[in-house]
Design a protein around this ligand. Structure first.
Ligand code: RRO
Length: 311
């Protein structure tokens, strides 16, 4: 049987399939459930310096095609996660922290603390779509570069970025240049597609309460955009930076598509919320079957093997 393991920047993942930051990873119980699951890593909810309750509810909804959220960064505050780290590391898989400071200096403070506590990898989230009054940093290339320079100075552990979806070639190229200039180690793409709107026509109503009903779109709806973002960055910087593909993963075949597009690992968000942590056992088995059916013995062998369609 093929292996579903993967190696990113020298860090061994027992499975390439992991949780996406934000999906069932806020509380200690959530994180223990991920540790006990067949997930290839434990990704901790994007943290802030202070604990946050997040936005008013209802702030999450799903339909058969995906999800809409305006969670508003609910998290326990980074210090609590730092306290949990020794027990979480005992699960024997990589521990990945995610940060999105709300004040100047917050990201540096959090990264330095996670580094000192022995985290394996850090994700700088440049793309939370749900903080009122704050634009997504990932759409401001100058500000992103300055932020990543400051973050980079805090750790020599693998440091990555969680990117918003890009739709224009100029944006892919500009961000790829920023990532190279700031020595970023890995890319996580995509975050949810911001400012989507779900409507219940029967009740003539919006389906989530915060931010006038606007929120981040995830799930099956976003898979083509996610695959395109993975593949664009693979073409631009795939030889230097491994990519964690996120978006629209429901089956092992979806995982395989991300890998063909260039992903070394794949995050699961909406489907983890819908199905619970057992999703990883199912997806690992399905991915192994798909890899075998296509004659690949590993994730690395299939990575980026997407072929052009001859004209
Ligand atoms: O907590 C959120 O509202 C949230 C975050 Br930080 C994020 O990065 N992506 C998202 O869809 N929701």
């Amino acid at each position: 049987m093929p292996t579903v393991a993967s190696l990113l920047k020298g860090i061994q993942f027992p499975s390439a399939i992991i949780n996406a930051a934000g999906a069932k990873d806020v509380s200690r119980a959530d994180l223990d459930a991920l540790g006990a699951s067949a997930s290839g890593a434990i990704v901790i909810k994007t943290a802030t310096v202070e604990h946050r309750d997040g936005n008013v509810t209802p702030r999450w909804t799903t339909d058969e095609m995906g999800s809409l959220n305006s969670m508003g960064l609910p998290n326990l505050g980074y210090q609590r996660y730092v306290e949990y780290m020794p027990q979480l590391k005992a699960y024997g898989k990589p521990l990945i922290a995610s940060v999105s400071g709300v004040n100047d200096g917050d990201n540096e403070t959090m990264i330095a603390a996670y580094h000192a506590a022995g985290v394996d990898m850090v994700e700088v989230n440049l793309s939370c779509p749900n903080i009122a009054g704050k634009g997504q940093l990932g759409y401001d290339f100058v500000a992103s570069k300055a932020m990543l320079e400051r973050c980079r100075a805090q750790t020599d552990k693998p440091m990555g970025v969680k990117l918003p979806p890009y739709l224009d070639n100029y944006h892919f190229e500009a961000m790829a240049e920023v990532l190279q200039q700031t020595n970023v180690d890995f890319i996580v793409t995509i975050n949810s597609i911001g400012n989507a709107l779900f409507i219940d026509p029967d009740r003539e109503m919006k389906l989530i309460a915060p931010n006038s009903g606007f929120g981040g779109l995830g799930g099956r709806y976003v898979k083509p955009t996610a695959l395109a973002n993975v593949h664009k960055f693979f073409q631009l910087v795939g030889d230097q930076m491994p990519i964690i593909g996120v978006g629209g993963v429901v089956s092992g075949t979806d995982v395989f598509e991300h890998i063909l597009a260039g992903a070394s690992a794949v995050g699961v968000g909406t489907q983890l919320v819908n199905e619970g942590p057992d999703v990883f056992t199912r997806l690992n088995a399905e991915l192994a079957d798909v890899l075998a059916a296509h004659g690949y013995d590993s994730v690395e062998a299939a990575r980026g093997q997407l072929r052009e369609l001859a004209a």
